[in-house]
Design a protein around this ligand. Structure first.
Ligand code: HTL
Ligand code: MG
Length: 616
């Protein structure tokens, strides 16, 4: 195998063209093999193989810095940069990350997982290089989905203004996780599919190739000048960025050739490559949505597996039903239709559905505009990605109490995607915002009750639920709920465990068969159920709070602040995630390590003088 001879990118420099093409096939096989056992970002990584081989052939990592936006398409990069022996551990407990990660390799220029950051980061590196009088290339690879993010578009403006030498490679496969959206996406689709553009490109390349790179440069410059004079509609001209492309992102010799041609050009250049998501693996080419991030599969007989009935599906079913009887409901997703359980909703209510692309900030403020003008916007958004909309939540929604309902998915530790994707800060960053209410349903019944009530209350309200399976609720089931009231699930003689969200299962397990200890579903964090809290404190009960969120600033902090505000004392243990980042791995193990699982709750109770009762 050629791959056996490749232990670093340097080893690519001596391979022949046919060896490089063979290597591409071997990389694809390895990516499929490992994703079959581990799951992972299969389609994205398959689509970027030729690009990554060409980049490591033409540039000199780690001296040259190659940045991957989101970092989920970089499996071939990991294999080629000294991690082929450990690639089979990707996304696993103790294994390598599923994204690029600075601490993992000198070849990983940035630690990522959230989209649209690579261009700003690359510009920062180019400025550092120039300021320090150093000399190396900075190359940012960004997908068309990530390119819809405001950070990317704003960075292009600054890159063009700075005019520093920096190569951006737009990997355009017309897909985000779902089909890509927006005007740029439409422009590229039209531009690429204009037959005459493709034919001219092909003819021009053949003619020039036969002559000399010098002429290529000359013609390239002439083309630039012509486009500038013609005020070419191409948006990159407005940004002051040289645009090259579109070129075939699977034509390895062509990619190597064009990269060699443009690598020394001064100023900022954007190379637009067209690729196919899932390239080289039939099922992934046919359905890049499912195969964007599949769980494990049989590589020889790949079949889709149902991931079970999730909280996301429960939300999607509930909002679809509600929208059928309320024409003011409008659902927005920032590029997470599948992940947020909205496929069915988008099909049944396409006229009241918006995918903003990877633009959480835009999504939040679009929701504000909708709410200000009489709609009932529901923003379906992952906890971790909602971090991108913090100012918009305050500035455009909370101050004026604009009625936006946030369906906050993936709250808590998420597992394989690791630290960049854990939804463990939202309570802390939301609960300090005045006018914003926060609740966490214990099951799909409560989710329905809360969602319906939140839409009736017409206020900014965040409903937080985890990445987990949940019992399906029959259609037409709409339980009622006493807003702001906690629920005693088990009486206790001396102590109560107060759980917010997913940790309720641990609380019930910890209190099992122990008449001293009760369990409360503390499902409302803002407003907190002060009345019940006061009764508990005045009753002298010892309290353990538990949540799948950073301990600092979470639900437990809110309880302590409330007791202080009420002027009441109580012996309290606050259990939550420690002040660290939790990497990819087993959720259960991380919960245990963080001290929020049943055993940890029992240990806290023992500390409070309530040892676990031996089962009678
Ligand atoms: C991994 C992850 O969380 C991905 S990958 C992806 C699609 C990226 O499309 P792109 O065209 O850039 O790449 P492609 O897959 O090769 O087509 C999204 C939306 N997400 C979720 C997401 C949402 N929002 C933000 C801020 N970051 C991320 N990563
Ligand atoms: Mg894409």
């Amino acid at each position: 195998m050629i791959l056996d001879t490749v232990n670093s990118p340097q080893d690519l420099k001596t391979l022949t063209q046919s060896e490089l093409l063979e290597l591409v096939g071997e990389l694809r096989s390895e990516i499929i093999r490992v994703c079959a056992q581990n799951g992972g970002h299969l389609a994205s990584s398959l689509g970027a193989v030729e690009l990554i081989v060409a980049l490591h052939r033409v540039f000199d990592s780690p001296r040259d810095r190659i940045l991957f936006d989101v970092g989920h398409q970089a499996y071939a990069h990991k294999i080629l940069t000294g991690r082929k022996e450990v690639f089979h551990t990707i996304r696993q407990e103790g294994g390598i990350s599923g994204f690029t990660k600075v601490s993992e390799s000198e070849h990983d220029a940035i630690t990522v997982g959230h989209a649209s950051t690579s261009l700003a980061n690359a510009l920062g590196m180019a400025i550092a290089r120039d300021t320090l009088g150093q000399d190396y290339h900075v190359v940012a690879v960004i997908g068309d989905g990530a390119f819809t993010g405001g950070m990317a578009l704003a960075a292009m403006n600054v890159i063009g203004g700075q005019k520093r030498k920096l190569l951006t490679i737009l990997n355009d496969n017309e897909m985000s996780i779902s089909e890509n959206v927006g005007a740029l996406n439409r422009y590229f689709k039209e531009y690429q599919t204009r037959k005459w553009v493709q034919d001219t490109q092909k003819w021009g390349k053949q003619v020039l190739e036969g002559i000399s790179p010098k002429l290529f440069n000359l013609v390239d410059r002439a083309k630039e000048a012509a486009k500038l004079m013609l005020h070419q509609e191409n948006p990159f001209y407005a940004w002051g960025i040289r645009y090259v492309g579109p070129v075939d992102g699977h034509d390895l010799p062509g990619l190597i050739h064009i990269l060699e041609q443009i690598k020394e050009l001064d100023g900022p250049t954007l190379l637009h490559i067209v690729t196919q998501k899932g390239k080289g693996y039939g099922v992934a080419e046919e359905d890049p949505i499912y195969w964007h991030g599949p769980p494990g599969f049989n590589p020889d007989k790949p079949e889709k597996v149902s991931k079970g009935y999730s909280w996301s599906a429960a939300f999607g079913d509930a909002i679809t039903e509600l929208a059928s009887s309320d024409p003011k409901i409008f659902v927005i997703t920032p590029a997470m239709r599948e992940g947020s359980g909205l496929v069915r909703y988008s099909q049944t209510h396409p006229e009241r559905y918006l995918d903003t692309g990877i633009a959480e900030d835009v999504a939040a403020t679009v929701a504000a505009g909708m709410g200000l003008r009489g709609l009932k916007p529901v923003l379906a958004i992952y906890s971790t990605f909602m971090q991108r909309a913090y100012d918009q939540i305050i500035h455009d929604i909370a101050i004026e109490k604009v009625p936006v309902v946030f369906a906050v998915d993936r709250a808590g530790i998420v597992g394989g995607d690791g630290a960049t994707h854990n939804g463990v800060f939202d309570i802390a960053y939301l609960r300090t915002v005045p006018n914003l209410q926060i609740a966490a349903p214990k099951d799909a019944y409560e989710l329905r009750a809360m969602l319906k009530k939140a839409l009736e209350l017409q206020a900014p309200i965040a409903l937080r639920y985890p990445r987990d399976s949940v019992e399906k609720v029959p259609e037409g089931t709409w339980p009622s709920i006493e807003w702001g009231r906690w629920e005693i699930l088990k009486e206790g003689r001396k102590a109560y465990i107060l759980s917010f969200g997913k940790t309720l299962k641990y609380a019930l397990e910890a209190a099992l068969d122990n008449p001293e200890v009760g369990v409360i579903n503390a499902r409302f964090l803002k407003p907190l159920d002060q009345e019940m809290l006061a009764q508990l404190a005045q009753g002298g009960y010892k309290l353990v709070t538990v949540e799948d969120h950073q301990r600092m600033g979470g639900f437990g902090s809110a309880v302590l602040e409330s007791l202080s505000g009420l002027g009441l004392q109580a012996e309290v243990r606050v259990l939550g995630l420690q002040d660290v980042f939790y990497d990819h791995g087993s959720i259960a193990r991380m919960h245990a390590e963080a001290g929020i699982d049943a055993a940890s709750i029992r240990a806290a109770l023992a500390e409070l003088g309530l040892p676990a009762q031996m089962a009678l």
